[in-house]
Design a protein around this ligand. Structure first.
Ligand code: PEP
Ligand code: MG
Length: 582
């Protein structure tokens, strides 16, 4: 009987999951290095040949399986797998490895390692980003070959058993886009912070998740053992003792009972005791969330992250393709407002389809991204605007610009939006009767500090606390090493928020919060006390926040906010917020 192991990390998505651990990214095993005696060279060449044949078989099988994915993703993955297949047939890679075995008497694993690294480096030096990316493919093919040569079993995200717990170094936004949340029950990773994209995605899928765990997580011995993800206390338990398991089963039962109570809230309004209604909307990452969003009682979509349309593919989505995706959501929301945010790619959110516009940057979080990229390559923005305007005929839409720094950016975008509207009118395309509201994300300190000038040119504000905290405190939102310092209650962050809210209210424009702060009921009274009347969050968080709203009065929330805003000590603020009772 193995011992119980408890690893502690960041609980980023509420809930408890139990099931078999499925280790997705085992550390690549180190290739053994030895020299062959001349009589063993022929056998080694043959061993390598077998590995190549096996690798081709694996890739073929993957190709067949990818056919079941959504159209864009399937085409993209197939292209990639074809590249890998071509690297295994009479390529420079294969010849290079054979030469190293024959001439240098290297064992096959060592020959693969050396040859793939040299090739990847050569690719990486090339200017064309598309070709440079082939370096990663060479390395991936090399890892596959060496895994086969070393008899290490192949594991992939698509093979997670039903109800399994995914253990991985990291899960990128592109990976999550391909995951089917119904197939597994929890996530545990080494990398990732509270407001990083894995966390946001896990919450949006309602999957319990613990991130920022020790790399011990990736020990091959954990594969298949029984595991518990405690997303509330931030723990991963491997091989729980019968007592631990019983305790968690009790907790799970209690959670299920709570969930039922919360479900009943979906039909009730989000009003305070003194009758002030708070508009609760949902954030949408993937159209697959639509049913859940409707069931959650959301009054609209306060943030539609359009990035998913650009992920897991090499080419850009056409206007028609974007229109199809967008109109599906607009129609499903039956007249409730849907807020589309234009492409927020760059920095931590990457997509190969826009790779040609982004060069390698030493500081990508501060680089060409989001609205900056859209204004530099206006065809990206035009395509999105046209698709959203067309969809606006079928329901109520708003357009939100990400990572705005200056009023000039909003003005430039509005000029392009007007041009697109006029163009479509000329083309006699059915359109909404007027330009949809155009809003700015407040998520860069400069935007918060110039909120009054931004309010003059924007139709609404959406405060993105994830990035606002990251940029104000200089804390990478996805980095587990500084995750403990990622503090939404830092007075600097709160003052920037208060300043933006006040500027928006003075200008008479709606101000919402759509960062993760909106999703935590602990902050609800503070946000309402600061003047917020609209919030948008992952649908799974909506009932809890609504429950809190229904226990509050505006007066009590205002008092609480004033008490918090009078403080300058972050620790004291945390104590005040944690001990708040409605
Ligand atoms: C934010 O930064 O708070 C936000 C809502 O946007 P995203 O998480 O997509 O960067
Ligand atoms: Mg953001």
């Amino acid at each position: 009987m193995k011992n119980e192991i408890v690893l502690t990390g960041l609980g980023v998505s509420h809930g408890i999951a139990m099931g078999p651990a499925y280790l997705v990214q085992i550390e690549h095993p180190r290739a053994p290095e030895y020299l062959l005696s001349p009589e063993h060279i022929a056998a080694e060449l043959e061993r390598f040949d077998h590995a190549v044949t096996q690798a081709k078989k694996e890739i073929q099988a993957l190709k067949e399986r990818s056919a079941g994915l959504p159209e864009g993703a399937a085409a993209e993955i197939e292209l990639l797998l074809d590249v890998h297949l071509s690297m295994l047939s009479g390529s420079r890679l294969i010849r290079g490895v054979q030469q190293r075995i024959e001439q240098d008497a290297f064992n096959a694993e060592q020959a693969v390692e050396q040859e793939t690294h040299i090739l990847a480096e050569q690719f990486g030096r090339l200017k064309d980003p598309y070709i440079a990316a082939r370096g990663e493919d060479v390395l991936a093919v090399g890892h596959r070959l060496n895994r086969i040569l070393m008899n290490v079993p192949y594991l992939s995200l698509s093979d997670v058993p039903p109800g399994g717990i995914v253990l991985a170094r990291e899960i990128s936004p592109a990976d999550t886009a391909l995951l089917d949340p119904r197939k597994f029950s929890g996530i545990a990773t080494v990398q990732g912070g509270v407001a990083g994209h894995t966390a946001v995605m896990a919450r949006s899928m309602g999957l319990p998740a613990v991130l920022g765990l020790s790399p011990d997580l990736l020990d091959g011995g954990h594969h298949g053992v029984f595991a518990i993800v405690d997303g509330i206390d931030g723990k991963l338990v491997l091989n729980p003792t019968p007592t631990t398991q019983r305790i968690y089963e009790q907790k799970l039962l209690q959670l299920q009972r709570d969930k039922k109570t919360l479900k009943k809230l979906a039909a009730l309004p989000a009003v305070t005791i003194d009758g002030v209604e708070i508009l609760l909307s949902a954030n949408l990452e993937m159209p697959r969330d639509l049913d859940d969003i409707q069931a959650s009682g959301a009054r609209g979509i306060g943030l539609f992250r359009t990035e998913f349309m650009f992920m897991n593919r090499k080419n850009l989505p056409s206007e028609d393709e974007q229109f199809e995706n967008i109109v599906e959501v607009v129609r499903a929301m039956k007249g409730a407002v849907v807020t589309f945010r234009t492409l927020d790619i760059g920095g931590d959110k990457l997509a190969r389809s826009v790779g040609e516009y982004l060069s390698e940057a030493s500081n990508p979080a501060l680089g060409l991204r989001a609205i900056r990229l859209s204004l530099k390559e206006p065809h990206l923005l035009r395509t999105q605007f046209r698709a959203i305007l067309r969809a606006g005929f079928f329901g109520a839409v708003r357009i939100l610009l990400p990572m705005v720094t200056t009023a000039a950016e909003v003005q430039q975008a509005r000029k392009i939006l007007k041009e697109c509207y006029a163009e479509l009118q000329n083309e006699r395309v059915p359109l909404p009767p007027a330009l949809p509201p155009l809003g700015a994300m407040i998520e860069i300190p400069a935007a918060a500090l110039s909120a009054d000038s931004l309010a003059a040119v924007s139709d609404f504000f959406a405060i993105g606390t994830n990035d606002l905290i990251q940029y104000t405190l200089a804390i990478d939102r996805g980095n587990d090493q500084v995750a403990a310092l990622f503090n939404p209650l830092n007075p600097a962050v709160l003052r920037l928020m208060e300043f933006s809210i006040q500027a928006g209210l003075r200008a008479g424009i709606p101000v919402s919060i759509c960062g993760e702060m909106a999703a935590d009921p602990k902050f609800t009274a503070l946000l309402i006390g600061l003047g917020i009347r609209e919030m948008s969050m992952g649908f799974a968080s909506l009932p809890r926040v609504k429950q809190r709203i229904r226990e509050l009065t505006i007066e009590k929330a205002g008092e609480h906010a004033r008490q918090v805003m009078d403080q300058y000590d972050p620790e004291r603020i945390i104590r005040i917020v944690n001990s708040f009772k409605p």
